[in-house]
Write a protein that binds this ligand. Structure first.
Ligand SMILES: Nc1nc2c(ncn2[C@@H]2O[C@H](COP(=O)(O)OP(=O)(O)OP(=O)(O)O)[C@@H](O)[C@H]2O)c(=O)[nH]1
Length: 303
């Protein structure tokens, strides 16, 4: 069999289920990679292997109506990632149908989609009836005739995900693998650690999670006894948000710290001392450094 390898971008509104789908296709969390490669402006989110094919998923932030600098940079990064990809998959939510956000994406595709390889994945099919699904599929394909295939999936339950993955594996270009097998898990540890804490914050705070929150690993110290001391800062943009993240008597941040430390210890296979600090940075949205740490281009936010 011939080797194949290519970049695949998943686009969609926030909450469409991109992360859930990626985790399912890529498998273990460990295989998340984010260093930049020459051929793409987007971060590498994960690499899936299927037969002789290597599918490199690029991370795209959710697509939404940009209002501020950060929004604009994120949306530009999302479209940038899609432009560089060999195949783009638009993910929508079955039960929400063609929302204003989806409509905007379709309009944009009609403007710039020519010559691009696109597939549609209707997610969360566990939430709707079959008839509704067929109608939505038809409506979507009429609104944008450029979808090569339509997949009906449930990223959470796993339905249809293998079909999508197999199709992508057969469609990425022929060519040598982009990543050697043993290099697939080379996300800088600092970023993995920050992601873990961010995930714990999300789990803990749900809806309350302040928009514009970011976690950075500030310091990583290898200790002689084999343990690691990791210092992280949770940046929020408003004073009021600090209270939310800290929780009553600091119990939220404490629980988040404990959960994140436990996962880090399991990941690293050694003892970790994790220190979390919450800082208010009113201006962080305007600081170029914050953007590069998120893999975004500050200038994309100009406008
Ligand atoms: N019922 C159902 N829920 C799903 C399915 N796939 C994802 N979800 C849920 O939808 C929510 C959003 O999923 P995510 O994977 O975080 O979405 P995302 O597109 O990565 O979101 P952003 O990171 O904000 O862009 C989560 O609560 C998931 O559990 C599905 O197939 N069925």
């Amino acid at each position: 069999m011939t080797q194949r390898a290519g970049f695949v971008a998943l686009i969609g509104e926030p909450n469409a289920g991109k992360s859930t789908l990626l985790n399912r296709m890529v498998g273990a969390k460990v295989s998340i990679v984010t260093h930049k490669v020459q051929t793409t402006r987007a971060r590498i989110r994960g690499v899936a292997l299927e037969g002789e094919s290597q599918i490199v998923f690029v991370d795209t932030p959710g697509l939404f109506q940009p209002r501020r600098r950060l929004d604009r940079a994120m949306v530009a990064a999302a479209w940038g990632g899609a432009a560089d990809a060999d195949i783009t998959v638009l993910l929508i939510e079955a039960h929400r149908g063609i929302t204003d956000g989806v409509r905007t994406i379709l309009d944009r595709l009609n403007e710039i989609g020519k010559g691009r390889r696109m597939a549609l994945a209707i997610n969360k099919i566990d939430r709707v009836k079959a008839e509704e699904l067929l109608a939505l599929s038809e409506e979507m394909n009429t609104a944008y005739p450029g979808f090569e295939r339509t997949f009906m999936i449930s990223a959470e339950k796993g339905h249809g995900v293998e079909d999508l993955k197999r199709w992508l594996a057969g469609e990425v270009p022929e060519g040598p693998w982009l990543y050697p097998e043993d290099q697939i898990a080379d996300l800088p540890m600092r970023m993995i650690a920050a992601e873990m804490t961010r995930e714990k914050l999300t789990l803990r705070l749900h809806q309350e999670l302040p928009y514009q929150l970011t976690v950075e690993t500030e310091n990583w110290e290898e200790r002689e006894d084999g343990s690691a001391r990791i210092d992280q800062i949770v940046y929020v943009s408003r004073d009021g948000h600090k209270g939310i993240v800290l929780g009553r008597k600091g119990e939220t941040i404490k629980a988040v710290g404990q959960a994140s430390r436990a996962e880090l210890e399991e990941f690293l296979g050694r003892k970790v001392h994790l220190f979390l600090q919450v800082k208010v940075r009113e201006r962080w949205l305007e600081e170029a450094e914050r953007y590069s740490e998120m893999g975004l281009d500050f200038r994309d936010g100009d406008g």
